[in-house]
Design a protein around this ligand. Structure first.
Ligand SMILES: C[S@@+](CC[C@H](N)C(=O)[O-])C[C@H]1O[C@@H](n2cnc3c(N)ncnc32)[C@H](O)[C@@H]1O
Length: 256
């Protein structure tokens, strides 16, 4: 069962106390907590939100956010009127050194949010464990998984309506379904990155796990943008330009 929600419906901090607590921890998401306090996330989350093409209203919908971390997208679903939101994560909520659940809990309290939470690995998701949801967010998680197709089967099993998936894509321009494998730290120097399909591969994977229609929401950026980005990665991270040129991020809406 999801954990209880402490402090839901209340705003327990004055501005100074909130700012002090925010400053005391590391943040992945950039979240506006109100009272002029914004979490200093390493991720420019509002910009990513704009690329998801979410409906303005999620009124009455149930939403599952897989790999929620600091919870930006869970809180956003609640803000858009969702009747129930369940935020789940495993790795970065398990104090592995990569992150913690403290940011999510502070943001939830500060926002007076009723978002529920559950520590669960994506591979353990099932209708029996968590139920099924009208809308499922699977954002920035797929490339962290060693078994992406198996994970997508689990994700499909808990999706009643629409899956919103955002991921790194690679091998852009190949023209047939494929996925790049990162056995080491090839992608962003991060050993937790394993696979990234290209857009054709992502659509085919979603269809193969039972989604009846798939919309590619954000098509890949054009060659000039990707060339500039590849040069930037070369300078900043010493990555091979040819590989980075074929990488991008993309968003998909998949319907049961
Ligand atoms: C790059 S962050 C993305 C966070 C958020 N979804 C977003 O889009 O901003 C990847 C998240 O996926 C989570 N994650 C990685 N492997 C996971 C797994 N096997 N099951 C559940 N969550 C996982 C991590 O803990 C982390 O919170």
């Amino acid at each position: 069962m999801p954990d209880a929600v402490p402090g839901a419906g209340s705003r327990p901090f004055d501005r100074a106390a909130l700012a002090e607590r925010v400053a005391a921890r590391r943040w992945y998401h950039t979240i506006d907590l109100g009272q002029g306090v914004v979490t200093p996330g390493v991720d420019n989350t509002p910009v990513r939100l704009a690329r998801l093409d979410l409906p303005a209203s999620l009124a009455g919908q149930t939403v599952l956010d897989i790999g929620a971390w600091d919870g930006f997208f869970s809180f956003e679903a609640e803000r858009r009127g969702a009747a129930r939101v369940l935020a789940t994560d495993s790795y970065s909520w398990s104090d592995t050194g990569w992150g913690s659940k403290a940011g999510f809990e502070l943001a939830r309290q500060a926002l007076g949010s009723r978002v529920e939470d559950l520590v669960i690995d994506v591979l353990d998701l099932s209708p029996e464990r968590v139920g099924t949801f009208d809308v499922v967010f699977f954002l920035g998680v797929l490339y962290h998984l060693r078994h992406p197709l198996l994970a997508l089967e689990r994700v499909a099993s808990v999706t009643r309506g629409c899956l919103v998936l955002e991921t790194v894509v690679d091998l852009v321009g190949l023209g047939r379904p494929a996925a790049a494998f990162y056995p080491g730290t090839e992608l962003n120097r991060d050993p937790t990155n394993w696979w990234a399909p290209n857009c054709e591969g992502m659509v085919a994977m979603l269809q193969s796990v039972g989604f009846s229609s798939v919309r590619t929401v954000t098509p890949q950026h054009g060659a000039p943008y990707r060339a500039l980005r590849a040069a930037w990665h070369r300078v900043r991270r010493g990555e091979a330009m040819a590989a980075a040129f074929r990488q991008d991020r993309a968003v998909f809406h998949a319907f049961r």
